[in-house]
Write a protein that binds this ligand. Structure first.
Ligand SMILES: [Zn+2]
Ligand SMILES: [Zn+2]
Length: 359
């Protein structure tokens, strides 16, 4: 069977490799891969900035955003059956099985020795078939076939937003206004999730208001603000400040500007991983005083556990009913497996590129 692989540590090594089809271990399902979403993490791995092959393997099968169809289930399996649509969970507990991993919160792993399918020490899902334990598969309704590949990125958004709401249980928090920085897949999925919770959302980016990204923001009943040539501070000046800001641009200086534009008791959620080095001068006294005097929190969030995947499936279903076109418009390009490396290069107008492993 064919698989999309890279050699970790070797830039631009993305290719299709003919590999042996996997045989299921005891208690494992066989899944036929349908679609794989490509994101910045895959691009980083192909640039040799990140990524780790499984022990003993010369390559890493890429792909952590998956949609597949169950071909067979192990004897005695009650949850899943052949024909079910599934998304694979990415992270696996650390070998030490730290208290968080033991509790199913491998997204909070304390040792950092976790593995991640398609990223760190474990093969991903971008092969025609893969095997997996039902514990790491979540079932999707059949009507999510066209957007189910968004389950993994949505799970990341679910975790972040859930964490904010958990943290904000420290007070009586009824968020009314949110600002989402960045109209990429994570930002737009966050905007959809917040709209689902009845929150007024402004999505900020630097693209034209006529662009498809901006259109998605307004199609879900949100607002779009082009910050090109202006700033978040200038845009929010004189307005009621947001209860929640979600940072999803990956432009780290914006974190500090956002911190100074939070409403009272507000939360700033950071979702982007920023590699390399960037130094900025910040007004530390103002940021500190604002945080103290207005009870702010700044919260970082990464990855997702099984609960967040289940939330993602539930909410993708609701969004698909409310805003089907906006949700489907997130996927701007579908690429056959043979040409999957084309997905590693951003094209104008790209939001989410998806590899079509099986039609
Ligand atoms: Zn991703
Ligand atoms: Zn752990």
């Amino acid at each position: 069977m064919r698989a999309g692989v890279v050699t970790p540590g070797q830039a631009s090594s993305g290719r299709v490799e003919e590999i042996e089809a996997p045989t299921p271990g005891p208690g494992e399902c066989v899944v036929q891969t349908l679609e794989i979403g490509i994101c910045g993490t895959d691009m980083e791995i192909d640039r040799a900035e990140y990524g780790e092959a499984p022990p003993g393997s010369p390559y890493l099968i890429l792909g952590h955003e998956s949609l597949g169809r169950v071909l067979s289930v192990p004897l005695g399996e009650r949850e899943l059956k052949a024909g079910d649509l599934v998304a694979g969970i990415v992270r696996r507990p650390c070998p030490e099985c730290c208290p968080s991993c033991a509790d199913g919160q491998w997204d909070m792993c304390e040792t950092g020795h976790y593995t991640e399918r398609g990223i760190k020490g474990a093969h991903g899902f971008m092969s025609e078939r893969y095997t997996e334990s039902p514990a790491y598969l979540v079932r999707l309704p059949q009507d999510l076939r066209s957007v189910g590949v968004l389950t993994e990125p949505m799970s990341v958004v679910e975790k972040g937003v859930d964490q904010v709401f958990l943290a904000q249980r420290r007070l009586h928090w009824v968020p009314r206004r949110a600002v989402v920085l960045g109209a990429g897949p994570i930002g737009l999925l966050a905007a959809m999730l917040l709209r689902l919770r009845g929150i007024q959302v402004t999505v900020c980016d630097q693209v034209e208001p006529t662009s498809p990204r901006a259109k998605i923001a307004t199609d879900i009943g949100g607002e779009y603000q082009n910050l090109a040539g202006t700033s978040l501070t200038a845009f929010l000046s004189g307005k009621t400040l947001p209860d929640l800001i979600v940072e999803a641009t990956g432009y780290s200086p914006l974190v500090f500007e956002a911190a100074q534009n939070l409403g009272r008791n507000g939360a700033l959620l950071l979702t982007a991983v920023t590699g390399g080095k960037r130094t900025v001068g910040v007004d530390a006294n103002v940021i500190n005083s604002d945080m103290v005097l207005e009870n702010h929190i700044i919260l970082g969030s990464v990855n997702a556990n099984r609960d967040h995947f289940l939330m993602a499936v539930r909410d993708l279903g609701a969004i698909h009913v409310l805003y089907p076109l906006a949700l489907e418009a997130l996927i701007t390009r579908r690429i056959p497996l043979a040409q999957w490396t084309q997905g590693l290069t951003k094209e104008p107008g790209d939001i989410k590129a998806v590899v079509e492993v099986q039609k």
